[in-house]
Write a new protein. Structure first.
Length: 223
């Protein structure tokens, strides 16, 4: 929460009757950037073999994705793990093998490539796809626009209340509390062991940028 207190001309906060209202502002926008996590999970008895196989497949995926025109600096490792796996039989722990996980985060500014990136990665050995997200490059600028709408909305509400009560409203708020910014990206749930994708349709849809403020306005006159 971000509180702001607006003093009166004499430096003091006015006292008396107060109208408290909440203002809301919302923008609905098309996203202009995306990201997707994808990679390879390899399970084998021998750790060295698992690492080698995983490395071969992840390199193949990186080269295939780069061939689509995705720059190297838009592809980065977001997770690399080696885990020991066990089976349990009759209360006993039995070693099954090793699991090597290598996940890449691919960032995209050309949204039409999202489906192609997923397809290409799967065709080249990816068995993990997760967290396809769409967002905005300049979300702070859009949030400021939504914030201005929220303040105007609060002011209009206060004016309406004052007019209905037939009292005189001080147009400058005596306090403003800004709620945490809200940008709601489209988020796709994790899909593991992805196989057989062909021309995967990925729809970016639209994003909502929300701003909310709680305000207080001073008024005078009888109710």
């Amino acid at each position: 929460m971000y509180p702001y207190h607006v003093p009166s001309r004499n430096g003091l906060h006015p006292k008396g009757h107060v109208i408290k209202v909440m203002g809301e502002g919302e923008l609905v926008l098309p996203p202009d950037k995306a990201s997707v996590s994808l990679g390879v999970i390899t399970e084998m008895k021998e750790l060295m073999n698992a690492q080698k196989q995983n490395s071969v497949e992840i390199t193949k995926i990186i080269n295939a994705v780069k061939a689509l025109g995705i720059p190297q600096n838009s592809i980065q490792t977001s997770d690399y793990r080696i885990e020991t796996e066990y089976d349990y039989e009759q209360g006993k722990q039995l070693f099954r093998g090793y699991k090597v996980t290598h996940i890449l985060l691919v960032k995209l500014e050309e949204l039409s490539l999202v489906g192609s990136v997923v397809d290409t990665a799967v065709q080249n050995g990816a068995n993990f796809v997760s967290n396809i997200q769409f967002s905005l490059k300049n979300k702070n600028d859009f949030y400021l626009q939504a914030l201005a709408l929220a303040l105007n909305n609060a002011s209009e509400k206060a004016k309406t209340i004052a007019a209905t009560l037939q009292v005189t409203l001080n147009p400058a708020p005596i306090s403003i509390v800004e709620s945490s910014p809200s940008v709601q990206p489209i988020h796709y749930p994790a899909e593991t062991l992805v196989k057989g994708f062909s021309s995967t349709p990925i729809e970016p849809g639209q994003l909502k940028v929300n701003a909310v403020v709680s305000t207080e306005f001073h008024y005078h006159g009888a109710v």
